[in-house]
Design a protein around this ligand. Structure first.
Ligand SMILES: [Zn+2]
Ligand SMILES: [Zn+2]
Length: 235
């Protein structure tokens, strides 16, 4: 009789399964795996992810082919170095889209649903993946025992995207190619540089400016036209 467990030994108050949360669940939450604050924080992060992704995706497109300032001068055949490999990794096929897909696949499997349909490129897929995870977040927090790991992964993913989108992680200037502005009967051709933390590009020779992401795209398109025409002349 004396070794009969006391109520304190027998019953541990349930706590949130999210790593580093461990908050005791309220009585009203007692059927859940993850607490409501963790659910709310995750919903907030999910809501911000598509815009963060779009921002990184455009920045990566602009920076593609850029060279580091003061980089190697040894050979003209050295391929251009993408200056922000972390950005390219996040917006590429193995990045944000793949990490969200892994969560969706695991949840679908647990729910006994069919596997997710193919949703195209990462840029096309991310909004749909975010929508799926958002729509099923309450279910996961309530009924999916491994949800703590996914909440933690989503927190890290959001933090990585935010840090890169704000440009805090990799300050510095990179060369982004020649100025494509037509001055008189020729191209300006001055080497342009951009700061990884700023949207402002300014040509010191002809005074041209590109400030918005839309203007960046126009700049890149104009540079490609100049390169194509120059290649045509050389051929
Ligand atoms: Zn929690
Ligand atoms: Zn110029």
């Amino acid at each position: 009789m004396h070794d009969h467990p006391t109520p304190e030994d027998e019953y541990q108050w349930p706590v949130c399964v999210t790593p580093r949360c461990g908050r005791q669940l309220w009585v009203a939450e007692a059927s859940r795996w993850a607490c409501r604050p963790c659910e709310d924080a995750t919903a907030r992060r999910l809501k911000e992810l598509p815009a963060l992704f779009a921002q990184l995706d455009t920045t990566a497109a602009l920076m593609r082919g850029a060279r580091r300032q003061g980089g190697s001068t040894t050979g003209s055949k050295t391929p251009p170095i993408p200056p922000r490999l972390e950005v390219l990794a996040l917006v590429g096929p193995g990045g944000v889209a793949a990490r969200l897909s892994a969560i969706e696949d695991a949840w679908r499997q647990t729910l006994g649903w069919t596997i997710a349909p193919w949703r195209g490129s990462p840029a096309q897929a991310v909004p749909h993946l975010v929508e799926f995870v958002t729509n099923n977040l309450l279910w996961a927090c309530s009924s999916y025992e491994e949800v703590g790991q996914d909440i933690d992964d989503l927190r890290k993913l959001h933090a990585e995207c935010s840090a890169l989108a704000s440009g805090e992680k990799r300050p510095g200037r990179v060369q982004i190619g020649a100025c494509p502005t037509v001055v008189g009967d020729r191209w300006c051709g001055t080497q342009l540089t951009a700061s990884t933390g700023s949207h402002r590009i300014h040509c010191g020779s002809c005074g041209a400016r590109w400030e918005t992401l839309g203007e960046w795209r126009e700049l890149r398109a104009a540079q490609e036209r100049v390169l194509a025409e120059a290649a045509g002349v050389a051929a």
